[in-house]
Design a protein around this ligand. Structure first.
Ligand code: PRP
Length: 190
């Protein structure tokens, strides 16, 4: 008898990045990051941007053999309604004042307009971190509103409503072990 498909999975139109593809992608990113930092002689702090990047960051850190430290931030951009400012709201911040000797690696699940990472990297550079680099699992370059190119990128994807592997719709679907495209009728029904 076939195993029943959980209702959560049924809301996916199709799989965009399978569990196996995720694993291979994180392997590659970890190797790139390892090569970049292994001879730096400085402390490396991974800054995990909540909530979406949690599963990706957890997978990534386990593949690194560097002695990394872990910090968390929660930020949100003010969105399309306040295009002029492009500001971000920091609701959970780093709480350390030793950044001048540290390499920061900001870890994100997805880049869309680019506003969040553009402002956040600027903010962290202004705090005099030795270096600030960014690693995103997914990138939607077709949605960009400000120039931003991540240092490490898992995959570029088309402009689809993606869920899973940390990505949500109304806080749901973050626990899917793959990245899927949400069925249109789920977010269009009202
Ligand atoms: C998502 C994502 C980035 C941001 C990207 O976070 O994790 O932080 O949006 O969008 P941008 O490039 O247009 O700025 P979200 O606000 O959905 O929060 P979450 O991770 O808690 O779901």
């Amino acid at each position: 008898m076939d195993t029943p498909i959980p209702a959560l999975y049924n809301d996916c139109a199709y799989t965009l990045v399978s569990t196996e593809q995720i694993s291979r992608t994180v392997d590659r990113l970890a190797a790139e990051i390892q090569a970049t930092y292994e001879n730096s002689g400085r402390r490396l702090v991974m800054v995990v941007i909540l909530k979406g990047s949690m599963p990706f960051a957890a997978d990534l850190m386990k593949r690194l053999t560097l002695p990394i430290e872990l910090e968390f931030m929660k930020v949100s951009s003010y969105g399309a309604g306040t295009k002029s400012s492009g500001e971000i709201k920091v609701s959970l911040d780093l709480n350390r004042d030793d950044l001048q000797d540290i390499d920061l690696l900001v870890v994100e699940d997805i880049i869309d307009s680019g506003r969040t990472l553009s402002r956040l990297t600027q903010l962290l550079k202004n705090r005099n971190a030795h270096s600030v680099r960014t690693c995103t699992f997914l990138d939607k370059p077709s949605r960009r509103e400000v120039d931003f190119v991540p240092d490490f990128c898992g995959a570029t994807i088309p402009d689809e409503f993606v869920i899973g592997y940390g990505l949500d719709y109304n806080e749901k679907y973050r626990n899917l072990p793959f990245v899927g495209v949400l069925k249109r009728e789920i977010y269009e029904k009202k």
